[in-house]
Write a protein that binds this ligand. Structure first.
Ligand code: 13P
Ligand code: 13P
Ligand code: MG
Ligand code: MG
Length: 371
């Protein structure tokens, strides 16, 4: 059976206004480009979505991960949307397009990428998560809970098809190294790493031997691009995306969504420099306004049908998530009351890539030795 590749590629190509949302014209431009590609047979299907100021391209195709044609198509689409953004003088147009020209693979050029090549099952539920005003490590806690925490995922206890757990691919994004870790056996070691979410990020999750899902195919994948490392200076947070498969030997849809009922603290928010609660919200309310936040996550649910996207269902548009939203607003009040003080503001090491060092430069000569 031919495999299908799902590529979720995102970029901020201009905010409307400030860093708040994506202008509808940008969505239109992107849809025109991807429709052309679908007609030419390059894509099987696509959806264009938005979370905050990030333009999200969800594409299915038969050409595998890291395909130059698909990455090139995404790059051209972002370039076309940047032109539209320029015409409307949108804020920071072209923000995430850090390279001058496309060079074969979009990774490291600014946009975020989550891709998986899979054998489509009899029924293939897939969830696209999209976040704004935060960083890839924001996915560590929810992905861990989905695939390793029995208090979250009942199936880890009661479903023999994944009672034996999952394998996690963890990246050290500072040293550019990766390690495979098995859960539950190595759970404590893995938590030692992924609790440090600004450095160690879960990149992929795989089924283990004994599962009906091939071990070579990921069951979850997260974008891990760090914009500041690419750009060398602060140009916005690398708002991440993820793809998660569900059901029949994997966590059920409700087990995949449950970790977002916490409103866990993530870094990002105003000027990418503050900790705050991650608020799950509907597509229509994913426009961070209060102190440019609080950070948002949306979830688009699909069934795949021969590579076609049946959906999306706006999964957090459910009153069952109202209470966590309320809690996030209370946490927002509390965190905001700290103003420029840590731990609302990020620790000094993480402020290194912001504009703060320039302010500190002016003070450097004023310091004298203490006794
Ligand atoms: P500017 O207003 O200088 O762009 O900085 C604030 C900000 O929004 C950082 O991205
Ligand atoms: P984005 O990373 O979403 O562009 O936000 C930048 C920012 O500085 C918000 O205050
Ligand atoms: Mg922006
Ligand atoms: Mg953004």
């Amino acid at each position: 059976m031919t495999k299908i590749t799902i590529s979720l590629i995102k970029a901020d190509v201009g905010g409307y206004p400030g860093h708040c949302s994506v202008h509808p014209e940008l969505i239109k431009t992107a849809e025109e480009k991807l429709e052309e590609a679908k007609k030419s047979g390059c894509l099987v299907d696509y959806r264009v979505m938005a979370c905050g100021d990030d333009l999200e391209l969800l594409m299915s195709h038969r050409t595998g991960c890291d395909c130059g044609d698909i990455h090139g198509l995404a790059w051209e689409t972002f370039e076309a949307a940047t032109e539209t953004a320029k015409g409307l003088k949108l804020y920071g147009y072209g923000q995430d397009l850090l390279a001058d020209a496309f060079s074969g693979n979009i990774k490291g050029m600014g946009p975020g990428v989550a891709e998986m090549e899979i054998t489509e099952r009899t029924a293939e539920p897939i969830i696209a998560f999209m976040m704004d005003k935060t960083e890839p490590g924001a996915f560590n806690l929810p992905i861990f809970k989905m695939f390793a925490d029995p208090f979250n995922t009942a199936g880890l206890i009661i479903d023999p098809s994944f009672h034996h757990g999952f394998t996690f691919e963890v990246w050290d994004i500072l040293e550019h190294k990766k390690v495979l870790m098995n859960c539950p056996e190595e759970m404590y070691d893995m938590l030692a790493l992924i609790g440090a979410k600004s450095r160690y990020v879960i990149k992929r999750v795989f089924a283990k031997p004994g599962s009906k899902i091939p071990q070579s195919e990921p069951v979850a994948v997260i974008s891990t691009e760090k914009l500041y490392q690419t750009a060398g200076k602060y140009v916005g947070k690398d708002d991440p995306v993820a793809l998660v498969r569900s059901q029949s030997g994997l966590p059920a849809l409700g087990e995949v969504l449950e970790p977002f009922s916490i409103g866990h603290l993530v870094s990002g928010w105003m000027r990418g420099s503050h900790n705050g609660p991650l608020m799950p919200c509907s597509f229509d309310t994913a426009h961070p306004t209060r102190f440019d936040g609080p950070p948002r996550v949306i979830a688009a649910g699909f069934q795949l049908a021969e590579g076609k996207f049946v959906g999306p269902v706006d999964l957090f548009n459910d009153l069952a998530f109202d209470r966590v939203r309320q809690r996030c607003l209370e946490i927002t009040d509390y965190m905001r009351a700290h103003g420029p003080f840590e731990p609302h503001r990020l620790p000094m090491e993480e402020m290194e890539y912001t504009t703060l060092p320039h302010v500190m430069d002016c003070l450097r000569d004023r310091f004298v030795d203490t006794e």
